[in-house]
Design a protein around this ligand. Sequence first.
Ligand code: 0A1
Ligand code: ZN
Length: 867
Amino acid sequence: MADIQTTSAALPPVIIRRSDYRAPDWLVPEIALDFTLDAQSSRVRARLSVTRNGAHDRPLRLDGDGLVPREVLVDGRALNAADYALEDGALVVPLTGEKHVVETLVDISPAANTQLMGLYASGGLLCTQCEAEGFRRITFFPDRPDVLSRYHVRMEADRKLYPVLLANGDPVGAGELEGDRHWAEWNDPFPKPCYLFAMVAGDLACNADSFTTLSGREVKLGIWVKENDLPRTGHAMTALKHSMAWDEKVYGREYDLDVFNIVAVADFNFGAMENKGLNIFNSRYILADPDTATDMDFDAVEGVVAHEYFHNWSGNRVTCRDWFQLSLKEGFTVFRDQSFSADMGSPPVKRIEDVRALRAAQFQEDAGPLAHPVRPESYMEIGNFYTATIYNKGAELIRMMALMLGEKRFRQGTDLYFDRHDGQAATCEDFVRAMEDGGDIDLRQFRLWYEQAGTPRVKALLAHNHASGEARLILRQTIPATPGQPVKQPMAIPIRIALFDRASGKHGGDTLLTLTQAEQEFAFTGFDTPPILSINRGFSAPIIVETERSQDELAFLSAHDDDPFARYEAMQQLMVNTLVGDVAGHPLDDAPVIAAIRDTANDSALDAAFIAEAIRLPSESYLGDQMAIVDPDAIHAARDRLQAKIGKALEPLWRDIHARTEANGFSLSPQARGARKLRNAALAYLAGSGAADADDLAFDQFDRADNMTERQAALAVLSNSSGEKREIALDVFYNRYSGDALVLDKWFQTQALAFHPDIVAHVKELAQHKSFTLTNPNRVRSLYGAFAANQWAFNHKSGEGYRMVADLIIALDPINPQTAARLVPPLGRWRRFDVERGEMMQNALKRILAQPGLSKDVTEQASKSLA
Ligand code: 0A1
Ligand code: ZN
């Protein structure tokens, strides 16, 4: 059966509201699923035990998307078509009793499913993706997270094509059938919502291992991949075992089934999926070895494996009542995976990376037409709400509560949360209440963080009185208007500060202030001279801080702040001031920036990874975020100029670093990784300096590297260059890795992120390249996602960038609306640019909206972006 799209822009968009929540009319305590699998046409028989929930006379409504019922039976009796109805794809069955068994039979086509939601085919595998609303593309069911069922699954398939048959829970039987077919049965004892259902059939090899839980139960672990990929699964397996041990130690959470399986698939809309006992991953978050994965990729594998594993408690054992509560599982789980990764590596560097990601994605979202609260009030298509706000800002909310409570009381709160809500579909409010009850804190005002969108701005003014030795800190908060929320109330904002004495370079202690009013004053005594303010240390709150600190004061903090995040932040601010001054035509002296970079790079007490972070220039898009109207060309030019100056002024230092960080053999140790990061930063500054031999140095690094971290960084440097080595390196790279999809993605991505005068033409050519395809989301993102993130290139004054991305969205929408919709937000930033660019972006959005049969996904994003 074809991949029917049942919803289209032709119908008036249905808006789902949080305030409309109503408990389900019917519950489904048990479901038995019977699959006869085939790529072209699979048969699905579902047997649902349903019970009426409360006193009402409403019929049973089973969601469906593109399904045609071949049979419908109630308590074993076949119904005629006149006995049930189909409404918007859903099957509506009138029932008279309190309990019934309802059976349906449908045929679906995995091979025709290009949306990658429901049951689909990927490189010879059959696999599922059900979150958020994919289960309704497999069978008729109340597809909402507050209907929890026990699943019994039988799978039958060709034995040669699909020798491995996996589903949630524990395996309970398997056997051979005639005609070279076989079957397997799986049973999941934990009631779960249907978005956590999963099944995989394919020819897979297994990296098998085991883990003994705290209470001594042995869990069989399996990472299932294509045979060739087995050698690249070791890092993921180590990460899994570390995650299991960490969750026991830090949260007291043990794994609960006898098996835990992970499958890697090449075609996947998002990162990975936490299906109970059977996580399904985008292969880019499983496969890693030094030759094909960068250090960042290794970290991403570790972080995503942990994230999905942690969902077993924060998401599966305690799930969400409705999709407005998505951040209940996602914010908390991101906070858990961030804490885990910090514990596995360097906490300061991890915090810097996380804040950079938050600012790049979430702050921009919060400042634009798609801004929404961490707990949204309404949506058209839930697939559009897997956002940086739900995930990353949601994690910051949990982090703030953890900070205010302290380690012990936060743990009391989470223990209470898991105890109270185990086996339930809960709400964000339930989480906050557990923090209050378990941690003994009043979070009444804090709840506004869940309700109000927009990044709070806090203005800090520090006044000093010589006579009294008093320093007064005045903090003023404002929260900008966002769509549907013109007026905001002051929030409870935890801000860590320290006041430094200029002479000693020290401070008298770190203080946690909680700002609760629009304006508040805090007094500190004992300062003979005006102290220097270190504020929002550790990035204690997800806010924008505005201070009046001079370049001298920032330089002081760049050298003395003992909070690594604040020290990094001071360096960044120093550079931002210089660059924004240049763009605005009020250039500042760049000597303090150059001196701070030199001193940081030479500070032997600092580790190399931190140095590499601290000396890095702010991104062009972060600089744009600091301006009222973004001028992409001026920003690009100013950043180039400063990079060249730093490169030239410190050329011997960069040469020295580059030479002395060359490793003799590969290692994944923190020292070796730090050295690579610093080496790549030095190479970038050398290239920026315009040194005559920069391309040669880059090519040499590219050629000799025994790891992808150095090879890709060198390729990135060469991609910016107009010299002859550029093409040579790109060809060598392509030919070497043309058989490896994940590395080819890097080839596309590196070029799309480049600063090359012909970048727009390059991306156009790449879109026509024989290795480019619209059917693989990783490939689409590696070219168009990267290009749209390249501020200078995407916002080319010709408008070519906007046109190309709009064309892509239009072409991709009928194939994969979810992935197409995720490329819309860059076009929605039109208010941030000059009138000419703004008009071209709006025209691109209008052109998209004018397409007949546009998906609900793209319709929602494009219409909100224009508003
Ligand atoms: N719950 C997953 C995210 C996810 C959501 C939707 C998907 O559909 C394509 C896939 C994954 C997570 O947070 O990891
Ligand atoms: Zn998640």
